[in-house]
Design a protein around this ligand. Structure first.
Ligand SMILES: CC(C)(COP(=O)(O)OP(=O)(O)OC[C@H]1O[C@@H](n2cnc3c(N)ncnc32)[C@H](O)[C@@H]1OP(=O)(O)O)[C@@H](O)C(=O)NCCC(=O)NCCS
Length: 214
């Protein structure tokens, strides 16, 4: 989907693997600046998300770089607890493009993808970022205690790269610096996802032969 300011937001595929190292570097730089840790992901992990149609990429076709269209932003989805929970993760917008509503557009895409592929899954977020909390709230997430999030150890292992991990461990995973937020589909019966985003994503994914259903 190309927005009126020329920024393109798409579900990534295998052809976008060339952006992975830049994405990971941008995430690392941002975490350093914020003084937080991150759930460190490998090149292979992120590339696989792209190949599986579980990643969203923002590009600027108006600026060419050695990789092609300039990298603007990124996020991906992950499932936990046998697909009963989904997270939208790794949200990053390049510093040159922040404050232009791009994270909101990426989040609309990842949220829609999550709702379409796992309509009965709860979508949650563990964040200390104001921007993410605002976007989550706008989409219908509410703050919850950690007990309402997944108990999948694989998810919580992702916190090990965070500077605050010792606090999480000390509190037996019940509390930490981050706020847990949850979107429970049962509390939003027949609520449409951001509709225009939904229709365009699905059409485009089908045209490119990407998996649409779970
Ligand atoms: C956080 C980040 C993704 C926001 O991207 P962005 O494209 O600038 O965000 P948007 O312009 O779509 O803004 C979304 C909302 O968050 C608010 N917002 C954006 N940056 C904010 C900040 N630093 N502090 C408080 N609110 C902020 C915006 O005002 C907007 O709210 P509104 O709709 O009520 O006006 C971007 O700054 C970034 O990549 N930061 C580094 C990585 C990071 O912190 N990732 C989040 C991990 S939890």
């Amino acid at each position: 989907m190309i927005y009126s300011d020329g920024i393109k937001i798409i579900v990534a595929d295998a052809s976008h693997e060339k952006y992975v190292d830049l994405i990971l570097d941008t995430i690392r730089e941002a975490a350093k600046k914020r003084g937080t840790g991150i759930a460190e992901r490998t090149h292979e992990y992120v590339a696989t998300k792209m190949k599986e149609g579980k990643a969203v990429l923002a590009l600027d076709p108006g600026v060419q770089t050695e990789l092609g269209e300039k990298f603007v932003g990124f996020s991906y989805i992950e499932t936990w607890g046998n697909k009963s929970y989904v997270t939208t993760s790794g949200l990053i917008v390049h510093p040159d493009y922040q404050g232009r509503n791009i994270a909101t557009r990426i989040k609309d895409h990842t949220f829609t993808l999550a709702r379409v592929r796992w309509p009965h899954a709860k979508i949650f977020s563990l964040t200390s970022g104001d921007a993410v909390m605002k976007m989550n709230t706008a989409l219908g997430y509410v703050p919850v205690s950690f007990g309402q999030l997944t108990d999948d150890n694989a998810f919580w292992r992702g916190c090990q790269g965070c500077v605050n991990y010792p606090i999480l461990e000390m509190k037996n995973r019940k509390f930490c610096i981050c706020t847990g937020m949850l979107y429970d589909p049962e509390k939003h019966p027949s609520e449409p996802t951001p509709l225009k985003v939904f229709e365009e994503i699905i059409d485009e994914m089908k045209q490119r032969g990407l998996k649409v259903e779970n």
